[in-house]
Design a protein around this ligand. Structure first.
Ligand SMILES: Cc1cc2nc3c(=O)[nH]c(=O)nc-3n(C[C@H](O)[C@H](O)[C@H](O)COP(=O)(O)OP(=O)(O)OC[C@H]3O[C@@H](n4cnc5c(N)ncnc54)[C@H](O)[C@@H]3O)c2cc1C
Length: 274
């Protein structure tokens, strides 16, 4: 009889099929689960895990599904855009893996950061920082094919981190209802953040966008400071903001949009990464 104890690695059920390096410490991982995971919708995330330094326990983290634009999409392959967090627990181990490496993927599509029913009168704004562009890549095609106007806004530290910029610019050529705004904060020049475009009315003035609760949805993904998630007082319902000047505050105060909840549909949708 074998005395080998099962370890976390015994649960591995997926293979890293391909890795595309985007920039230093930023890669796209294409992962093939041994059995396809059903029920995928734009905006979903998956939970992946690798065995940690103790050689036994699994370290799990959630990652949004992404999607390169192009003709040949394999519906069973999971595409993840991941940045290495040097002080992190999982990503340094993940970035040591090569193509062919095995890992655990929870066989379930997860999350509520999902598109509403789309209609042709809609303006859809997809705003992200860093790797937060990933879920918007899975939403882009459906939005552009139905909505009147789609704004893809992303903010990164260095231009090299705009993983999908070339694809989006190419896609724009055949989809004139798509506006692409990419912002880079650490390469000199004036710094502009996504929030500035809403706070200072730049979208209205320079892009002719009207933001109204009747026809506009805003998706915000990535850094919690960009989103500015409020706390709601239990008794009064009053919203207070730990990080003032975030998107949620501007969109509610200036434009009258409200936060989307399952039981109370609104127009502001967000996914914070930490
Ligand atoms: C729903 C959801 C989806 C996510 N999707 C993605 C994704 O598509 N791509 C991705 O790279 N990450 C994504 N994340 C973050 C991811 O789950 C991990 O937190 C991240 O990879 C760090 O893991 P770690 O174990 O290396 O670091 P940890 O030991 O967990 O350290 C976490 C710290 O790292 C920092 N951090 C976390 N995520 C990021 C990030 N993306 N960029 C910069 N700093 C970060 C924060 O300061 C955080 O406190 C997502 C998180 C959530 C909740």
């Amino acid at each position: 009889m074998s005395t080998d104890k099962p370890t976390g690695a015994d649960t591995y059920n997926a293979t890293i099929e391909r890795i595309e390096s985007v920039a230093d410490g930023l890669s796209i991982f294409f992962i093939r689960p041994d059995a396809p995971i059903p029920g995928r919708q734009p905006g979903h995330y998956v939970s992946i895990a690798l065995v940690g330094p103790d050689g036994n326990k699994l370290i799990r983290r959630p990652y949004s599904l992404s999607r390169s634009l192009g003709p040949a999409i394999d519906p069973d392959l999971l595409e993840l855009l991941i940045i290495r967090v040097p002080e992190g627990d999982l990503t340094p181990i993940l970035f040591e893996q090569g193509e062919g490496g095995r890992l655990f993927v929870r066989p379930k599509m997860l999350g509520t950061y999902l598109l509403p029913d789309l209609d042709p009168e809609m303006t859809m704004i997809l705003a992200s920082t860093g790797t937060g562009v990933a879920p918007h890549m899975t939403m882009l095609e459906a939005c552009v094919n139905t909505c009147k106007q789609v704004l893809m806004m992303e903010c990164v530290r260095y231009g090299a981190e705009l993983a999908y910029a070339e694809q989006i610019r190419e896609f724009r050529k055949t989809h004139p209802n798509l506006v692409y705004i990419s912002l880079v904060t650490r390469e000199g020049g004036p710094k502009r953040y996504i929030q500035d475009y809403f706070r200072d009315g730049i979208l209205e003035k320079e892009y002719g966008v009207t933001i109204r609760p009747e026809n506009t949805h805003v998706f915000a993904c990535g850094n919690p400071a960009m989103i500015g998630i409020p706390k709601k007082a239990r008794k009064t319902g009053h919203l207070s903001y730990e990080t003032p000047g975030g998107l949620v505050e501007i969109l509610t105060a200036r434009y009258g949009l409200s936060i989307h909840k399952a039981r109370q549909p609104g127009q502001i949708h967000f996914e914070k990464y930490w």
